[in-house]
Write a protein of this length. Structure first.
Length: 449
């Protein structure tokens, strides 16, 4: 192993101190499970102290190229000055008032002008709230109870209707769990089977408009056809794809015509902006003008209209209009995908590391010597990338502020990490991987693998 390139980042002393203390104060050690200690190698930063453009620094002042960008929430760059300037300006005017902030209408008009087929908007602070609001509207509109979603997609909400379908359903009554049904997004006929099995009972189908490992455009359009043929509400979740797969999102490019769409993450460039948009006849059920149908208590949040967050979203929209952000994103992703594939092929790892690339994201799958998907080998790759100054969880997402030099650095680190990976395939991970492998977010017991 003496000829293998060493890690350049080895000091995690302050991170170790943080890790030892945080679980005694914060449940799970973080406010998003996918940021938890069990999702990273032992040799990784426990917390981030600051970020700028496409880079972040940890508690020990180690510097990293950021490949996940706040779980996809940072689309332009950390501490991106035009967004910060808009936020500062609004903060001088106030953040929250007894009546709506005037900026709420400004953003609503601009946002809806970007989203064909969407007539109304409602703001919130996190994605789970708006997906649940969409489900509630669909149930009220149709008078039905069941919600259908792809069981092979990763996440839609922390609320009972979704979490009850996962392994982490403790605390969700079985009666509530029975109101959710799942299908396979790669096989639209499995959705048709649900409509056949539950005639007149499915209120809505919610799906992402693009999943790099799963759905094709044809499958998604068939899902929409089946949904509308069953007189159910078609909901598209653009939480991940919005302002990344396209501007504003993916549903237009996919030729989809949703009834409701949920938004968040990249729209706020790290500020907590989320929204539900939809057709007027559905959305107005949550309003105060229609008088014919029972009122839906849709979203009511003290901080949903937080003025400086809305200013951030307005500034992001302006930057997307000023610059071709999507084209820049796609250029960076294409370079990463090509470069990673070249490093993999050069080291004979094509059977062990899969690169799944869409125009806006790269997702890697890691396998062992027996060609089995393996968390140990995945964790080893994360460890080696992090040790070379790339904060990496097996996914590459770009931001507008990433430089060509940043991408070159990522690819150089990846090539060195592939050397370690190849050695592990031949000799095992013992002596290479420090600490346990990462674990699934959705597991019934903490000790489950």
């Amino acid at each position: 192993m003496s000829n293998l390139s060493p890690r350049t980042i080895t000091n995690f002393a302050r991170s170790d101190t943080y890790r030892a203390a945080v679980h005694s104060f914060i449940v799970g050690g973080a406010h998003t499970y996918s940021k938890g200690d069990d999702q990273f190698p032992v040799l990784a930063p426990a917390a981030i102290a600051r970020g700028k453009d496409g880079r972040v620094w940890d508690l020990d002042d180690n510097e990293y190229i950021d490949c996940a960008l706040g779980l996809g929430a940072v689309s332009l760059g950390h501490a991106y000055e035009p967004v910060l300037a808009a936020v500062r300006e609004q903060l001088e005017l106030g953040a929250a008032f007894q009546r709506p902030a005037s900026i709420e209408l400004d953003l609503a008009e601009k946002f809806l002008s970007l989203t064909p087929g969407m007539d109304r908007i409602k703001y919130a602070k996190n994605g789970s709230n708006v997906t649940t609001a969409a489900v509630k509207l669909a149930r009220a509109f149709t008078g039905r109870e069941l919600v259908a979603f792809p069981g092979n997609h990763s996440f839609y909400s922390f609320d009972d209707w979704f979490i009850g379908s996962t392994a982490v359903h403790s605390g969700v009554p079985d009666g509530i769990r029975s109101f959710s049904v799942t299908y396979d997004s790669t096989r639209p006929e499995t959705l048709q089977a649900l409509f056949d099995a539950y005639p007149g009972r499915i209120a809505c189908v919610i799906t992402e408009p693009e999943e790099v490992l799963y759905s094709s455009s044809e499958s998604l359009r068939e899902v929409e056809r089946i949904t509308k043929s069953g007189d159910a509400v078609f909901i598209v979740d653009e939480m991940v794809t919005g302002f990344r797969a396209g501007f504003p999102g993916a549903y237009l490019g996919q030729g989809l015509r949703p009834d409701l769409v949920t938004w968040g993450k990249a729209v706020g460039n790290g500020f907590s902006f989320c929204a539900l948009t939809g057709r007027a006849e559905l959305m107005e059920l949550g309003g105060i003008r229609q008088t014919e149908k029972p009122r839906v208590f849709l979203l009511s949040s003290t901080h949903g209209g937080e003025a400086h967050t809305l200013a951030a979203a307005l500034a992001v929209i302006q930057e997307y209009r000023k610059h071709d952000v999507i084209a820049r994103h796609h250029k960076l992703v294409a370079r990463v995908a090509v470069g990673m594939r070249a490093h993999i092929a050069a080291r004979g790892l094509s059977d062990a590391i899969e690169v799944h690339a869409s125009p806006w994201r790269v997702v890697l799958v890691f396998k062992d010597a027996e060609n089995r998907v393996c968390t140990q080998f995945r964790t080893l790759m994360l460890q080696e990338m992090i040790g070379r100054g790339v904060l990496f969880q097996g996914v590459f997402l770009p931001c507008f502020a990433h430089t060509d030099a940043d991408i070159g650095y990522v690819l150089e680190a990846f090539g060195q990490a592939c050397e370690i990976y190849r050695h592990a395939l031949n000799h095992g991970v013992d002596g290479l991987l420090v600490g346990p492998a990462t674990r699934p977010v959705f597991r019934k017991f903490v000790s489950d693998r």
